[in-house]
Design a protein around this ligand. Structure first.
Ligand code: PMP
Length: 296
């Protein structure tokens, strides 16, 4: 992720990654009480574009405030800092990771000191580019009465790590998690869609992370005149589904071949997911200039 020359952004300045330190008595380190983002930057025909940068930093602010971490940063300044960070590290196609963390404080009370760091590195397709073999996890997503499910909180990812490890140990590529009522929810780090009779379905907001890629897929589906329904779906509906995919910043749009060895009826090449995968891949690589022309 970094070498001797890598720079990171830390509380308003750029510092060397291998010279920056954190407090071992930090609330984030001990209790997972911090928030983060995952953003991708793409080389476009004219420039580098940090895809939906404002939306990601708005969600970071919202995540922090939902769990009572004061967010004293200006979103536009963070967007500008991200472009500068990429430039300083000679990165174009990159993954960007902002983290808001609290230290030092061993109590469970509100934080003493809040910091922000942003780092970036080159990262290929997170879940690869082959269609995934999933298994429905033993673990369910945390109940929205236990945590703030719509916030991207560090500690929530223990649930994601447990589900991922379980899936890999059983020989699958990835897990599919239900919510605590047994409805389809999401992957450890991606939102879920399935296709049935020409219509796409995706779990409604409420028990899942409101994915920015999910929102982009909804926009693209509208442009492509693909109908999408959002609701509560039991896993049994997947038996008669035609295809499915995961979407997320790191994973982008990635097809799902089977769930617990039950293959979907349609080949990926014939699915609505493939159309959206192609549309997404093209959309994220359009420069801001091209986009403003399209919208004008
Ligand atoms: N669900 C979970 C649990 C995630 O961690 C992610 C990745 N941030 C997503 C969904 C997808 O969100 P996004 O499209 O904003 O990356």
């Amino acid at each position: 992720y970094y070498n001797n020359n890598t720079q990171i952004y830390l509380d308003g300045t750029f510092v060397k990654a291998n010279e920056s330190v954190t407090d071992l008595y930090g609330q984030t380190l001990h209790y997972g009480y911090g928030v983060f983002e995952g953003i991708r930057a793409y080389a476009t025909e004219n420039d580098t574009r940090v895809f939906k940068a404002k939306e990601h930093y708005d969600r970071l602010k919202n995540s922090a405030e939902l769990i009572n971490i004061p967010f004293k940063y200006n979103v536009q300044e963070l967007v500008d800092a991200t472009y500068k960070l990429l430039e300083k590290n000679n990165l174009t196609n990159a993954y960007v990771r902002p983290l808001v963390f609290c230290d030092p404080n061993m109590s469970l009370a509100r934080p003493n000191k809040v910091s922000i760091m942003i780092c970036a590195w080159e990262w290929g397709a997170y879940l690869g580019d082959k269609q995934l073999r999933l298994t429905v996890s033993f673990y369910c997503r945390p109940h929205p009465r236990s945590i703030k499910i719509e916030a991207k909180v560090c500690g929530h990812y223990v649930n994601s790590i447990l589900a991922t490890n379980e899936a890999k140990d059983k020989g699958y590529d990835e897990a599919l998690l239900l919510d605590s009522d047994g409805y389809l929810a999401e992957g450890p780090g991606a939102n879920f869609f399935f296709e049935k009779n020409g219509v796409l379905y995706t779990p409604q907001l409420g028990n899942i992370l409101p994915g920015i890629t999910r929102a982009t897929v909804l926009e693209l589906a509208e442009k492509l005149r693909i109908e999408v329904k959002q609701g509560l779906y039991k896993p049994e509906v997947l038996v008669s589904a035609d295809s499915a995919f995961y979407c997320g910043t790191a994973a982008e749009v990635i097809g799902i071949e089977s769930i617990d060895e039950k293959k979907f009826r349609k080949e990926w090449k014939d699915s609505l997911g493939l159309k959206l995968q192609e549309a997404y891949s093209e959309f994220v690589r359009k420069s801001e200039k091209t986009l403003s022309k399209i919208h004008a």
